[in-house]
Write a protein that binds this ligand. Structure first.
Ligand SMILES: [Zn+2]
Length: 313
């Protein structure tokens, strides 16, 4: 049995566990805060691999940022990662061979092999959180593109009029509407023009203090303003999925991430299927949730290992 020490490294949290070649987690799942500097992060990763020495054969990483085609390093980082993260030399973390994959791609592979997309061949996994990530699997293969950066679904455009600036400094990316950050912007914009804002639970609130969690709870309790924000946000989620489904014609779309959990999948599926020209698609919530990245990175590493008889991973 081949075992992997598998990491999921995000901007705020880092988790790790031992995962076997079948995708089973065979240790506790450990969580830590991601250190603020790349030196501290490197030190932490070395320390963890040392502590677990003898319990794994290879090390796999699911990480924020774009990963090179060789699955050895991060080519471009995201603003929430420590400065200089792209210079982190993963191969120096352990004496064992390493495998690196983008976190959304790894999560997609995890859901395909062990989660909500088991048994399907054409799959889109969308991570809705503070931002939007995506992994696309076509005919059982992860779509990586010419540079390893394919699947950046958060950057597709859903407007043409420079309405909202995105964190990537371009305008009208899907992420600027359908992420948690996008929902907050919808709150801000609708609060200015809807009298319902001052008639419900937010009559004394400051708009900048309203969190997405708070908004979702208020919508569930029936506040008119919160319901309109939520419906608008969910419509924005649908717009991106409609484009993706028309292009890739998948059997299933899986929604993961904190914001993915609050989507009404049945309602979304209805709106999407009403607006596409390809055959109907299923939209379902993720099953592996926070473990998808760790499990997917280990399983992709194993796949890669099998492809290379010299055991290069
Ligand atoms: Zn953008």
């Amino acid at each position: 049995m081949t075992k992997f020490l598998s990491f999921d490294i995000g901007g705020t949290k880092l988790s790790y566990a031992i995962v076997d070649e079948k995708g089973k987690i065979c240790s506790g799942i450990h969580k830590k805060s991601t250190p603020k500097t790349v030196e501290e992060l490197f030190f932490m990763l070395c320390q963890i691999t040392n502590e677990n020495e003898g319990q794994f054969d290879y090390v796999s990483f699911a990480t924020a940022g774009a990963v090179n085609l060789e699955n050895t390093l991060v080519r471009s980082s995201t603003p929430n990662m420590p400065e200089g993260y792209r210079n982190l030399d993963f191969s120096r973390v352990s004496k064992s061979n390493i495998f690196v994959e983008n976190d959304a791609n790894a999560a997609a592979w995890g859901e395909y092999k062990k989660g909500a997309a088991r048994g399907y061949k054409n799959i889109i996994v969308i991570t809705l959180g503070t931002g939007i990530g995506g992994g696309i699997i076509i005919n059982r293969k992860l779509l990586r593109g010419k540079s390893g950066k394919a699947g950046e679904v958060g950057s597709i455009k859903i407007h043409t009029d420079a309405v909202r600036e995105c964190t990537c400094h371009n305008f009208d990316c899907w992420e600027a509407y359908a992420s948690g950050t996008g929902m907050k912007e919808t709150i801000r914009r609708l609060a200015k023009i809807r009298p319902s804002f001052r008639k419900g639970v937010y009559r004394n609130a400051r708009v900048e203090d309203i969190t997405t969690i708070d908004l979702i709870k208020s919508a569930q309790r029936g506040d008119e303003f919160a319901k309109e924000v939520f419906e608008t946000w969910q419509h924005h989620v649908a717009l991106g999925i409609i484009s993706l489904v028309n292009i890739f014609d998948p059997e299933i779309v899986v929604l993961s991430g904190g914001m993915g959990e609050v989507v009404d999948c049945k309602k979304l599926e209805k709106e999407v299927n009403h607006n596409i020209v390809v055959d109907p698609v299923k939209i379902v919530p993720a099953e592996l949730k926070n473990n998808a990245g760790m499990v997917g990175a280990a399983l992709l590493a194993y796949e890669n290992l099998e492809l290379h008889e010299d055991n290069r991973i």
